[in-house]
Design a protein around this ligand. Structure first.
Ligand code: ADP
Ligand code: MG
Length: 629
């Protein structure tokens, strides 16, 4: 390995981490600044707003931890806040007051008189338990159905809180809760929550959750379990929200189930969307912006005089202005005020430019133990269409095996069967003594069988660097090792300069290369590439062929290369399998394939001459034979 890449490997992750911390510190500093300004300029009234703002920051950061990383908007976090507020209230309430306010309180809850600091761990544990129970259901869903489930959860919790009169006084005001949430506590909690959310976002699970958010199937193909990532995010987020609920309760002193119901859930979701769901900084910015907006607008709600013009009293002006703010944000800045804060192409680009382009692939552990993927009688049909029919062939390691065939031949379906995207109707695919058709999608990836998709399946919201990093981490490598792998692959595929660009913003050719780089980062033994050159121009195709040849040879991996560009496949493979209408119709060396009548017929169809067929499939690097000019 040359010296410069080695240097980049050592310095780069540390510098990236430093930049991330700097940004988190900025975000915290901004909050402290706004809080200080409020208390210094507006005195007691300002302090009240500041406390409320900090509690809201805690709640919204907790909410964003789930929503931002999984892409699921949750209205259900009001449930956690309800539990936190009531439980903490009951545990800390003076015993005498409790006997009057809650005469029928069950014995195990009564008379604890805990200090707030003793109550918090109990509250957090209760929140975690509730999150684990509800999460096992919510994590199974994605998208709009998950959002509706969280709304259902809020409605159920609200109903239970109203119904459980012995514990909550029903819809009546619950009072006697010590008002102990002061500015120091609220600000401290907000800062700690920001830190936790920030750490989670960059953690293995956070990264996996964001990958699964962008493309669950591609994530699963890398060995990530999308359901698990949602579950973990839900549990952590729910636990934090429960503590935020306790803080909220101790700020109010008296509340009812309605305090945590739809209007609060809506306000918190609004704050998150205004600020930007994708980043922790977004949650903080959103709360500050919305709190300041609400408190300003509230002054005018009862009617006021602006520049000598009398503004009439408008009931619900704050809600209307909040609604307008959301509409404006969605229209003008869909990513939110600070949505891209932690993606930061600006600062990261400078750091990642440190990655040197390398022409030689970095050394990797060689695979002495040659193995092969044995496909035996695989079949799959879709409602009568036999997409794959009784297909059998082998993909050995250390070699590029071509898989060609006209459109609709069943090539992609075959890959989908091997990667467990689809369930095989019959047949086996044995690799390392395991039948791939009987394992899970993650299991296939863990065995060392990776794939790329025919239609690009990148994680568009993640940077190019993160896309590759996810690939390496999903394989189970440590973070430091994964970072080194990611840098190596980005260098190999000439993506170093684009490392800090989000995948969704990359040019097409770079996206194609990135997808191959991501599969390479998994250090696979068998790599299935589904039309990696589709849509590329001839120069890009040749370039990709060079890279594949070099990397394949250096790493001894087995490649199943699918394409219908025969020239491309011919150049790389010395063994080619041909499929047509779901069946393997021929396999052999490129020379054998080129002259196989069944192949010619499949490609050209009946009624054409063999000479024409030869012309079509001729390797242009060799002199034409059998065709007179
Ligand atoms: P190739 O990749 O060789 O072009 P495919 O494997 O994509 O071919 O498709 C093979 C056949 O299976 C086609 O007839 C296609 O319409 C059908 N097919 C593939 N996937 C599905 C699916 N999910 N549902 C229904 N039919 C499918
Ligand atoms: Mg296909």
């Amino acid at each position: 390995m040359s010296e410069q890449p080695a240097l980049a490997l050592q310095t780069h992750p540390a510098r990236l981490r430093a930049a991330n911390w700097a940004r988190t510190a900025c975000c915290m500093g901004l909050l402290i600044l706004v809080v200080a300004a409020l208390t210094l300029i507006f005195g007691r009234a300002g302090e009240r707003i500041a406390v409320q703002m900090c509690v809201n920051v805690s709640a919204v950061v907790a909410l964003g931890l789930f929503c931002g990383n999984t892409g699921i908007v949750s209205f259900g976090h009001g449930s956690f806040m309800t539990i936190g507020a009531y439980l903490s209230g009951i545990l800390t309430m003076p015993a005498g007051l409790q006997r009057t306010a809650l005469p029928q309180l069950p014995g195990f809850l009564a008379g604890h008189e805990l200090s707030i600091w003793t109550a918090f761990p109990v509250v957090a544990a209760a929140g975690l338990t509730f999150a684990a129970i509800t999460g096992s259901a919510v994590a199974r869903l994605a998208g709009a159905s998950a959002t509706i489930a969280t709304l259902g959860l809020l409605i159920i919790t609200h109903g239970v809180a109203v119904g459980a009169r012995e514990i909550t006084r029903g819809s009546q005001t619950f009072f006697g809760v010590p008002r102990v949430t002061d500015l120091a506590m609220a600000l401290g909690a907000a800062l700690v929550f920001i830190l936790i959310a920030r750490l989670f976002r960059e953690s293995r699970n956070g990264l996996f959750a964001r990958a699964a958010r962008d493309d669950p199937d591609a994530a699963a193909a890398l060995g990530i379990n999308p359901r698990r990532t949602r579950f973990i995010a839900w549990c952590l987020s729910g636990t934090l929200a429960t503590v935020a609920g306790a803080l909220y309760g101790h700020m109010l002193g008296a509340f009812s189930p309605a305090s945590f119901y739809l209007s609060l859930a809506f306000a918190h979701v609004a704050m998150m969307i205004v600020g930007g769901m994708a980043s922790v900084g977004g949650a903080v910015t959103g709360v500050m912006a919305v709190t300041l907006l609400q408190d300003t607008v509230r002054q005018f709600e009862g009617g006021a005089e602006v520049f000598g013009i009398a503004v009439p009293e408008v009931f619900g002006l704050t809600t209307v202005s909040l609604g307008l703010a959301i509409l404006l944000i969605i229209w003008l800045r869909p990513q939110g005020l600070a949505g891209r804060l932690e993606l930061g192409p600006g600062a990261d680009a400078k750091l990642l430019r440190g990655i040197k382009e390398t022409t030689e692939p970095a050394p990797v552990p060689d695979r002495a133990a040659a193995a092969e993927l044995k496909i035996e009688n695989l079949s799959k049909s879709f409602a009568g269409v036999k997409a794959v029919l009784d297909a059998s062939f082998e993909v050995p390691t250390g070699r590029i095996t071509g898989l060609i065939g006209p459109n609709g031949a069943g090539k992609s379906t075959l890959v989908n069967l091997l990667s467990r995207q689809y369930h095989a109707d019959a047949g086996k695919a044995i690799y390392a003594n395991t039948d791939l058709t009987k394992t899970t999608r993650e299991g296939v990836a863990r065995l060392g069988v990776s794939r790329s998709f025919q239609n690009l399946r990148l994680f568009p919201g993640l940077t190019a660097y993160e896309n590759v990093l996810v690939g390496a981490m999903a394989k189970g490598h440590s973070r430091a090792h994964s970072q080194a792998i990611a840098i190596r692959e980005l260098g190999d595929f000439e993506l170093g300069k684009l490392a800090a660009t989000t995948a969704g913003a990359l040019p097409y050719g770079a996206r194609k290369r990135l997808e191959v780089a991501r599969s390479f980062a998994q250090d696979p033994s068998i790599l299935m590439l589904d039309e990696p050159a589709a849509g590329m121009n001839p120069t890009e195709t040749d370039d990709l062929a060079d890279r594949l040849q070099r990397a394949g040879a250096a790493r001894g991996l087995g490649v199943l290369l699918i394409d219908h560009d025969l020239r491309f496949v011919n150049r790389l493979s010395n063994w080619i399998v041909v499929m047509n209408r779901g069946q393997v119709i021929a396999q052999g060396t490129p020379e054998e394939i080129r002259s196989d009548p069944a192949v010619i017929e499949a490609y050209i169809g009946r009624g054409r001459t063999a000479a024409e067929a030869k012309l079509k499939t001729q390797d242009p690097s060799k002199p034409m034979e059998g065709v007179k000019p």
